[in-house]
Design a protein around this ligand. Structure first.
Ligand SMILES: [Zn+2]
Length: 177
């Protein structure tokens, strides 16, 4: 399972997905809406790949029927194991047959890593803590399992103890467990 978020593979998959969405008809704005990547990032990747830009790319935030089809087509080119980082710094992996995949067929990669470690699927209420606070560091030894969101929170802020600034900062980074 890939965990080297800095790897060229990651950079390549990220650029491939942006280019394939654009070439299949989405506007830069629609790609931003679809992936959560900022439009300036999308434009930069397209320029760096020397993709021929269409005029009026930032007009229209709604998905047209053609855009929806394009997303479907781009998705159909994906293979299980494809992964990328969202703008909130979580790595998602495409695993369409996973029982808890979202409607796009994606699963947060740290859950997959923990599942491989445990040899079972995680329950929806089970949450994962990133020991070093870096939420894209999905190395097995950096992941700690909590039975619930509540247990995870109390790990961050033990009852009766003042919450350190460090913990507060970490919690604000970990909007989702
Ligand atoms: Zn945590």
């Amino acid at each position: 399972m890939p965990t080297g978020y800095r790897s060229e593979l990651y950079q390549e998959q990220y650029a491939d997905r942006i280019c394939s969405l654009y070439l299949s008809g989405l506007t830069v704005a629609q790609i931003e809406q679809e992936t959560g990547w900022h439009h300036s990032t999308v434009s930069r990747v397209l320029r760096s790949r020397k993709v021929q830009m269409r005029p009026g790319g930032m007009v229209g935030r709604r998905h047209t029927e053609a855009a929806k089809r394009a997303v479907g087509e781009a998705n159909s080119n994906r293979v299980p194991g494809d992964w990328w980082m969202t703008t909130d710094l979580y790595i998602y992996e495409y695993q369409p047959n996973h029982p808890y995949a979202n409607s796009n067929g994606d699963v947060r990669q740290y859950r997959l890593v923990m599942e491989a470690k445990l040899g079972r699927f995680l329950l929806p209420e089970e949450t994962i803590h990133h020991v070093n606070g870096i939420k894209y560091d999905n190395a097995p030894e950096n992941l700690e399992l909590f039975a619930s969101r509540g247990e995870h929170s109390s790990h961050h802020a033990p009852i009766g103890r003042k919450v350190s600034n460090e913990t507060k900062q970490r919690q604000s980074q970990e909007k989702k467990p």
